[in-house]
Write a protein that binds this ligand. Structure first.
Ligand SMILES: Cc1ncc(COP(=O)(O)O)c(C=O)c1O
Length: 284
């Protein structure tokens, strides 16, 4: 079992993988990516992640052969031998001497890495986490999963410096969008409220799964604009994401959320998500 990589079909231990210094992902963040989990040789919600990857590629006009990318993912996973793995897939527009306009007909660069993965420890799940709020500072197309993540990284760093788990991006008018690497939802008078899909947020795979599971369990879900005022008076607040899974938030900046403990709806959704994970595994 080892951390493994594939660059354009060349497989190697992760630390031996290399890419051109002319790569446009490196020079311009001209690239898109996906992060997904695998159990053995099966991918968690693989079809949804590849559908989103295709959407991101189309939005940027990068023409990659998705069946080939998927085959490289499967082979990297197989060669790594990791039992539970975190898979990173990045597709860049390609390599060319640095200038803003790319030459026509560039071949995309495809990077796949596979690393051993361990989910968040149960104590964090039970105790909940603190988040901070930061002003929204990203570009207007957050629905495209690009590697243009500098604001996300800076927000995450600010959260870590404040001893918090995540940062939530909030617009000047109080609209809450999402976290630096997770979507957000609140429970307001028993109704689960999460921001609607729009260019303001990433269409999270886990968000969609949790919304579907909640509805299947008979819980009411509203996909609508969520404000910081609402978040601060919510009974429960939770984050969703591939690596975050379903994580209760018990403090926002210096204010406790609800009773200050992870609430029952969050816990129900976490357990439903864990239970559904087995059904969501698909052959790589
Ligand atoms: C900005 C942002 N929002 C939401 C998510 C959650 O998306 P998913 O559930 O597909 O992992 C992520 C995941 O990395 C993210 O980076």
């Amino acid at each position: 079992m080892a951390d493994w990589a594939c660059v354009n079909g060349r497989f190697s231990p992760l630390e031996q993988a290399t890419i051109s210094i002319n790569d446009r992902g490196l020079l311009f963040a001209d690239s898109v990516y996906e992060v997904l989990l695998a159990e053995g040789t099966r991918l968690l919600a693989g079809a949804r992640h590849f559908a989103r990857l295709q959407r991101s590629l189309s939005a940027l006009g990068i023409a990659a052969e998705l069946p080939q990318v998927r085959a490289w993912v499967a082979e990297t996973l197989r060669q790594s031998g990791c039992a539970t793995a975190l898979i990173y897939v990045q597709v860049t527009r390609g390599s060319a001497p640095r200038q803003h306009l790319p030459p026509p007909g560039l071949a995309p660069n495809v990077i796949v890495t596979v690393r051993a993965w361990q989910a968040t420890e149960p104590a964090t799940r039970r105790h909940g986490v603190r988040v901070i709020t930061v002003p929204e500072s990203r570009w207007a197309r957050r629905d495209i999963k690009t590697t243009n993540l500098l604001p996300n990284f800076l927000a995450k760093q600010q959260a870590a410096a404040a001893g918090a788990y995540e940062a939530l991006f909030v617009e000047a008018d109080g609209t809450v969008n999402e976290g630096a690497s997770a979507n957000v939802a609140a429970v307001l008078e028993g109704v689960i409220v999460t921001p609607p899909q729009s260019p303001r947020i990433l269409p999270g795979v886990s968000r969609d799964i949790v919304v579907e599971l909640a509805r299947r369990a008979g819980l009411r879900v509203e996909e609508r604009t969520l404000t910081l005022d609402e978040l601060l008076r919510a009974e429960e607040v939770l984050l969703t994401g591939t690596t975050t899974e379903v994580q209760g938030v018990t403090q926002i900046d210096d204010a406790a959320v609800g009773t200050g403990a992870v609430g029952p709806v969050t816990w129900q959704l976490y357990e439903a998500y864990r239970a559904a994970a087995a059904e969501l595994l698909e052959p790589a």
